[in-house]
Structure formats: structure tokens, C-alpha cells
Design a protein around this ligand. Structure first.
Ligand code: PBG
Length: 329
């Protein structure tokens, strides 16, 4: 036999030399939840995840950063009484996210701060956009009216110190509108990481539990994408690139590796992928039950996402991966 592929697998040294993809904490963005109040509260729908107070958030983000995680993305749990049908709290300059951003920036100047731009945490209807009920009772999500609110939200985040804003709402034209709004307000340096191919996915269930942000009626299928579609993702990436996105995202990640491959072939922009709450929960709950080896499965799942073509990955395991990396060297 001339060809014996096993020769390249015969020792850890050789396996490391020929390894095609490597995963590092440097590739990871750590999603964190913040709420009003002084207590850190465990999230029932996401074991080992926490709704942090601002103080707790600053501490947790600082620990992750010290371990080598370069960026966090923050999500607010907003009290029901601050929600309304137009999501006005989303652009309150003294709201939870602006206060959290200021505290994070002051404590950790080198940590990259990313915010999610969408109305669902602030909207009494629990949708990412403004809801109108049609005469026939069907819900309509108003695109252009929503984009106007998103622009105010993004600018309020930029004022408070966001380095990157990340629209997750899937309204049409929002990337271009956000770019124009940020530029007009003088924030030409604030980047846009667009949720470009965001699918209407059942894997978001635990996240909506974490924020109490589930839609009160209807579903998100008129704005998030049909999971049967690939070409639609390419169409979205072409539009987002034209509209000025700096980075694009595929979400969820694990069941959508083919979409990551396709976007990699169709854009020169960096690609992010979001290992979402349902993916986290499947691994975490099986590991907690003793049915899966947590470290092995987490590293395999994240490496597979990189192998498909993602440059950066949002993962609730980010801090843990950084800790393992530290322990292993
Ligand atoms: C809100 C938003 C969602 C997630 C990120 N931003 C939920 C949704 O669209 O319903 C999901 C993240 C996760 O499941 O981990 N626009």
C-alpha cells in the first residue's frame, strides 16, 4: 500500500501538525443576560446561565475577558411594565443596556461590546417588530415603522459605548438604515454585525424563557427565514453586504452548517455563527445527566462550526472553553 492515511494520525504531535482548523477562545463571543436589580438569578430554561445584575455582569464579563474571550453580546430582561406596543424602552438612553454598556466600558476598556438590536425584549407583543392586527385578525409586523425604532435603539447603544451593533430582527432594509443612522449621528466607527440568515427556529425556545420574550400571539415566520431554504440566505447576504454590513451571521449554527458553507462561498465578509440556546441546552442537559462528555462534545460542536467556515462563534460555552484552554496549556 502506497497510501496509508493513518500515518498522519499516529501521534498527537503529527495530528496537531496536520490539523486543518483550530478553535480558540479568541474566536468566541460570550452572550450574557442582564436585568434590573441587585441579584444574580439562575435561569430555569438554561441551566448554568444567569440573569446578571449590572454588577454581576461586569464581573462575569471581566472573568471571561481575563481568560481570553474578546467580546460579549448583552441581552436585557425588561420588566413587563416597561414594555409597550412600539418598544419605546428600547431607545431609552438611561435604559438597562446603555447603563450596562457604560459600566462594562469603564471596567474593561479592551473588551469588545456587542448589543442585540431588535424589539422583542421591549415589545408587549413579544415580536421583533411592531405588530398591527389586520381586520381579518392576522398579525402584521410593520417593517418600515420598526426600522425607524431600531435606528433610535442602535444610536442609543452607540452613544453608551457599543463597539458593534447586531440587528437580529430580520426586517428588510435595516442594515442600510442603521448604517445611515449611525453615520448621521457621528458613529462611523461603530460596526454592524448583521443576523443575515436567521431562521425561524425552535432552537430559540430556552432563550425566550430566559428573557420572558416569547411572542404573545403568532410566530416569527413572516420575518425569520424558512429552515428549508438555502438560496434565500444567499440573497440576504448579498443585500446585507450591499447595505454596509461589516460581518454577517448564520443562526442557529449546528443544524445549519451547510448555510455557513454557502455564505462562505458568496461573501468576503467575516462570518459569525450563533450556537443558540437550544443547542446549548441539548449539550448541557445531556452532560449534566452524565450521558455526554461535555468538554468533548462542546469542542467538537464548535470546531465543526469553524470547519464549515465561521470565523467567529457566539456560544454560551465561551467562558468555559477559555477556561479549558487555560487549563490545558
Ligand atoms: C431576539 C433574539 C433571539 C435570539 C437572539 N436574539 C430570539 C428570537 O429571535 O426569538 C436567540 C438566541 C438563542 O436562542 O440563544 N431577536
Amino acid at each position: 500500500m502506497l497510501q496509508r492515511p493513518r500515518r498522519n494520525r499516529k501521534s498527537p504531535a503529527i495530528r496537531n501538525l496536520v490539523r486543518e482548523v483550530s478553535l480558540s477562545a479568541k474566536d468566541l463571543i460570550y452572550p450574557l443576560f442582564v436585568h434590573e436589580g441587585a441579584k444574580n438569578v439562575a435561569i430555569a430554561s438554561m441551566p448554568s446561565c444567569t440573569r446578571w445584575s449590572i454588577e454581576g455582569l461586569v464581573k462575569e464579563a471581566g472573568e471571561a475577558h481575563a481568560l481570553g474571550v474578546p467580546a460579549v453580546v448583552i441581552f436585557p430582561a425588561v420588566p413587563e411594565e416597561k414594555k409597550n406596543s412600539t418598544g419605546d424602552e428600547s431607545y431609552n438612553p438611561d435604559g438597562l443596556i446603555p447603563r450596562a454598556l457604560k459600566a462594562l466600558k469603564a471596567a474593561h476598556p479592551t473588551l469588545c461590546l456587542i448589543t442585540d438590536v431588535a424589539l422583542d425584549p421591549y415589545n408587549s407583543d413579544g415580536h421583533d417588530g411592531i405588530v398591527q392586527v389586520r381586520p381579518d385578525g392576522e398579525l402584521e409586523i410593520l417593517n418600515d415603522e420598526t426600522v425607524e425604532v431600531l435606528c433610535k435603539q442602535a444610536v442609543s447603544h452607540a452613544v453608551a459605548g457599543a463597539d458593534i451593533i447586531s440587528p437580529s430582527d430580520m426586517m428588510d432594509g435595516r442594515v442600510g438604515a442603521l448604517r445611515a443612522a449611525l453615520d448621521t449621528a457621528g458613529f462611523t466607527d461603530v460596526s454592524i454585525l448583521s443576523y443575515t440568515a436567521k431562521y425561524a427556529s425552535a432552537y430559540y425556545g430556552p432563550f425566550r424563557g430566559a428573557l420572558d420574550s416569547s411572542p404573545k400571539a403568532g410566530d416569527k415566520k413572516t420575518y425569520q427565514m424558512d429552515y428549508a431554504n438555502v438560496r434565500e440566505a444567499i440573497r440576504e447576504v448579498i443585500l446585507d453586504e450591499d447595505e454596509g454590513a461589516d460581518m454577517v451571521m448564520v443562526k442557529p449554527a449546528g443544524a445549519y452548517l451547510d448555510i455557513i458553507v454557502k455564505l462562505r462561498e458568496n461573501t468576503t465578509l467575516p462570518i459569525a455563527a450563533y450556537q443558540v440556546s437550544g443547542e446549548y441546552l441539548m449539550i448541557k442537559s445531556a452532560a449534566d445527566a452524565g450521558w455526554l462528555d461535555e468538554k468533548a462534545v462542546v469542542l467538537e460542536s464548535l470546531t465543526a462550526i469553524k470547519r464549515a467556515g465561521a470565523d467567529l462563534i457566539l456560544s454560551y460555552f465561551a467562558k468555559q472553553v477559555a477556561q479549558w484552554e487555560r487549563d490545558d496549556c
